[in-house]
Design a protein around this ligand. Structure first.
Ligand code: GSH
Length: 216
């Protein structure tokens, strides 16, 4: 893992528009919708947490975070990423908005069904893909590490396992440092950070574990 110094990965901060109307789109942010996270890999832009994680996990196979094509588990591995974007985030947003409609329930299901699905997947294994922590765990556990656990003992134990890794502490420390620097520089109201990871030309030495800092 690279922790700074000669690191060839750069995490940039900036402003985003908040849900409550405060904040503003940052003209320096190349995300097509002005959102975060965004990965800039030698000019290749990748947006959406799922796509960013898949890309980085594939880019650094030596980190052991991905399941390659052709592997018997690659179908499940890929599906968890799409399920996060297509089911987990929408159900959380629908619940937060207090909405209930047959179309929404049928299309996305509910946060309770998401929790039950995770509990079923984790009933006989410590991580989604078995004994090994992968980028699927990194992505899927993140909302619960950030917004609060589920109350289901199996799922919550997995959240603790996933959030308790040294890389999570590293990412939290990185975040804390960046927030401290930002607070010193900029005290204007309604300004929050965006984080874009930038890989200079030809870089190969960046750990995908840094990703936690941009999803949390
Ligand atoms: N599904 C997207 C969600 C991205 C997203 O909504 N990010 C929020 C911050 S958590 C944001 O950038 N909000 C600013 C805005 O909506 O303009 C992902 O996983 O990348």
């Amino acid at each position: 893992m690279r922790t700074g110094g000669e690191s060839d990965c750069q995490a940039d901060s900036g402003r985003v528009q908040r849900m409550d109307g405060t904040g503003e789109r940052d003209p320096r942010n190349p995300h097509p919708e002005g959102k975060v996270p965004l990965l800039d890999h030698n000019g290749l832009l990748v947006w959406e947490s799922s796509a960013i994680m898949l890309h980085l996990a594939d880019l650094f196979p030596e980190a052991g975070m991905s399941i390659p094509h052709g592997h018997p588990q690659c179908g499940a591995y890929l599906s968890w990423f799409a399920w996060y974007a297509g089911v987990v985030e929408p159900t959380m947003a629908i619940e937060a908005a207090g909405l209930d409609h047959a179309v929404l329930r049928s299309t996305f299901r509910s946060t309770a069904e998401v929790k039950a699905r995770l509990a079923m997947a984790l009933a006989d294994r410590p991580y989604l893909m078995g004994d090994r922590f992968t980028a699927a765990d990194l992505l899927l556990h993140s909302p619960y590490a950030f917004f609060g656990k589920t109350g289901d003992p199996v799922v919550d134990a997995w959240v603790d396992r996933s959030a308790g890794r040294p890389a999570a502490a590293f990412a939290a420390e990185l975040d804390a440092q960046k927030i401290a620097v930002r607070k010193q520089k900029e005290r204007a109201r309604g300004r929050v950070r965006f984080v874009a990871l930038t890989f200079p030309q030809g870089s190969t030495q960046v750990s995908p574990l840094l990703l936690l800092s941009i999803v949390s």
